[in-house]
Design a binder for this molecule. Structure first.
Ligand code: PRP
Ligand code: URA
Length: 208
């Protein structure tokens, strides 16, 4: 499936601030949340809707509503939590799963440490949320676990991706819709995205 790279003017504007090393935790979190709103709108374009009858004050008409089976949001801990409030603001009845993964500093291989998925994954659209798609190891492992648990229709939503991460997702999960705000140049030798924004989890939660 073709990835969606937004390059939206508002997203690029906000990105220029979160890339800035001088942007502090509070503003960084706010901007990640605002980027989450843009990503939420764009990544939900293909959600299925059904026709409903509506009585306006003037006449009867047809509207469209989302199908009753709510989507699932799965933030990849920790940094994915930064995108969750925006998605929940637009889809307040969505179910939320959690997946704990951290990258081993030496091997860059994701290490799973927590998992809690809602039921009926096979019938719901699942959005995996993680601001950074670097080597792609964490995103690929998150999608692998969700598929193993039954999920069939998945999107991976990130703020910044590297070419390496996009390639990994296309190879491992060509059926998954990847939506990113921007595509950066490359990874450095430690697996950080360049120019990137540094460690997203540390900057969101003030652990840097
Ligand atoms: C970061 C980020 C992704 C992962 C991306 O998480 O939030 O989950 O790295 O890298 P990858 O594409 O090479 O796998 P990290 O492991 O630093 O954990 P944290 O969110 O708890 O800081
Ligand atoms: N994880 C991050 O938070 N930032 C990167 O650049 C790469 C992985």
């Amino acid at each position: 499936m073709e990835p969606l790279i937004l390059n939206h003017p508002l997203a690029l504007h906000k990105l220029s601030f979160i890339r800035d090393r001088k942007t502090c935790g509070l503003l960084f979190r706010q901007l990640v949340e605002e980027l989450g709103l843009i990503l939420a709108v764009e990544s939900t374009r293909t959600l299925a809707t059904e026709s409903v009858a509506v009585e306006t004050p003037l006449e009867r008409t047809q509207g469209r509503r989302l199908l009753p089976l709510d989507p699932v949001l799965v933030p990849v801990l920790r940094a994915g939590l930064g995108l969750l409030p925006a998605f929940l603001q637009l889809m307040p009845t969505a179910k939320v799963g959690h997946l704990g993964l951290y990258r081993d500093h030496d091997t860059l291989v994701p290490v799973p440490y927590y998992r809690n998925f809602p039921p009926l994954l096979e019938e719901r659209t699942v959005f995996v949320l993680d601001p950074m798609l670097a080597t792609g190891g964490s995103a690929s492992e998150a999608v692998r676990q969700l598929k193993a648990a039954g999920a069939k229709k998945l999107s991976l939503v990130a703020v910044i991706a590297s070419p390496e991460g996009m390639k990994r997702m296309a190879e491992d999960h060509p059926d998954v819709q990847v939506v990113v705000a921007a595509l950066d140049r490359e990874l450095n030798e430690k697996g950080y995205i360049l120019p990137g924004l540094g460690d997203a989890g540390d900057r969101i939660f003030g652990t840097n």
